[in-house]
Ligand binder design. Structure first.
Ligand SMILES: Nc1ncnc2c1ncn2[C@@H]1O[C@H](COP(=O)(O)OP(=O)(O)OP(=O)(O)O)[C@@H](O)[C@H]1O
Ligand SMILES: [Mg+2]
Length: 357
């Protein structure tokens, strides 16, 4: 149950539900102020010149809005979006087929771009740089290259692991932006926006004119949901839907702070939004490995997850919370992590040494 609620990535049913909640323009896209400013300038300038925008790379943990932004870019440029993904492009020909079928100005969205096979990536270089496609015809000594001019396009690449991108690929993006976890105030706004779209009665006391705590302060249903959303809009929306279910069945349909709190307790969402896997990681580092440091692969085996999943999905948020630290020899628990799992941090031994400075 807990896993189903908190798993950061979305399943197909959820992706469907996300559709209606997707921001359609930069104005509707909440938070990430600096990124929006950069993107706003680039898109406006390109529009004024009547050209497609430069290639954009979006990186950051799952559920923070990369796919949404790709759609916003296309919409703003009044262009069509052609979505694909790194793992879907197995052979160079797969990408060549997509590129030659683009129309002038299209946005080509490549999700999980760090998973592009090398041979496919090499097709992208001249396509991104010179708008050209080099096709190799035939094999062996008689092989020749055919150079085709491609329609003008904007490549939008999304990745959860910018660090895995090769230098040549990274350098061909004109704009490279990182999405960060959202502060509670922004998530609160996202929750209110989603509640509006879905027709959910959230903090309905507002309507009656009752005072509502200022954004970011505890005391409203929206705030209660936002602070347990792990900094992630996708999770905020998911928690909102679960709280709505609870409110409908157990609380006359209206969500306020009390209802939200009871609902999230029933669904066992921790007050920081940590889930079973987060807890398993903290437990392993703190208890089994005495505070660490412990290597990623050892840790992954200990909690029964893929190393990539830990590195992409779980670790970034635990680092952000200041519960984990990266050391040259692996991941270590901080004093805050010991306290959060209810254990007095050790003095003068393994873990305590790491707390210094
Ligand atoms: N800034 C935002 N404002 C409002 N809603 C947002 C924002 N960012 C994301 N969302 C909501 O969160 C959902 C998930 O976002 P999105 O699918 O764009 O994330 P993602 O970064 O592409 O995730 P993944 O890496 O798993 O593909 C969207 O459907 C949208 O409803
Ligand atoms: Mg996405």
């Amino acid at each position: 149950m807990r896993e189903e609620i908190l798993a950061v990535t979305a399943d197909p049913v959820e992706r469907e539900a996300e559709g209606s909640l997707r921001p359609r323009s930069l104005d509707e896209f909440i938070g990430q102020k600096e990124l929006k400013e950069h993107l706003g300038i680039v898109l406006e300038a390109a529009t004024a010149r009547g050209e497609p925008a430069g290639h954009v790379l979006l990186s950051g943990p799952p559920g923070l809005g990369k796919t949404s932004l790709a759609h916003v870019i296309a919409k703003t440029m009044e262009a069509s979006i052609r979505p694909t993904s790194g793992p879907a492009l197995e052979r160079a020909g797969d990408l060549a087929a997509i590129l030659t079928n683009l129309e002038d100005g299209d946005v080509l969205f490549v999700d999980e771009i760090h998973r592009l096979p090398r041979a496919v990536e090499e097709i992208l270089y001249p396509a991104m740089e010179d708008g050209q496609l080099d096709l190799v015809i035939g094999k062996g000594p008689s092989a020749t290259t055919l150079r085709l001019d491609l329609p003008r396009f904007t490549l939008v690449g999304a990745t959860t692991r910018a660090g895995l991108l090769t230098g040549p690929l990274r350098s061909r993006f004109e704009l490279s932006e990182r999405l960060d976890y959202y502060p509670t105030e922004d998530l609160e706004e996202i929750v209110r926006r989603s509640a509006g779209i879905l027709g959910i009665a959230l903090d309905a006391a507002d309507v009656a004119g009752a005072a509502r705590p200022p954004p970011g302060e505890a005391g409203s249903g929206a705030n209660e949901i936002a602070r347990r959303a792990r900094g992630t809009p996708r999770i905020a929306n998911r928690l909102l839907r679960r709280v709505r279910d609870f409110a409908q069945v157990r609380a006359a349909g209206v969500i306020d702070v009390g209802v939200a709190r009871r609902a999230l307790e029933v669904f066992r969402v921790d007050k920081l939004g940590l889930d079973k896997v987060d807890w398993a990681i903290l437990d392993a580092v703190v208890n089994r490995f005495s505070g660490g440091p412990v290597g990623l692969s050892t840790l992954a085996v200990a909690v029964g997850e893929e190393p990539d999943t830990i590195a992409d999905v779980y670790e970034p948020f635990l680092l952000q919370l200041g519960f984990l630290r990266r050391t040259p020899r692996g991941r270590a628990a901080t004093e805050a992590a010991f306290r959060y799992v209810g254990i007095e941090p050790p003095q003068g031994t393994g873990a305590a040494r790491l707390f210094g400075s």
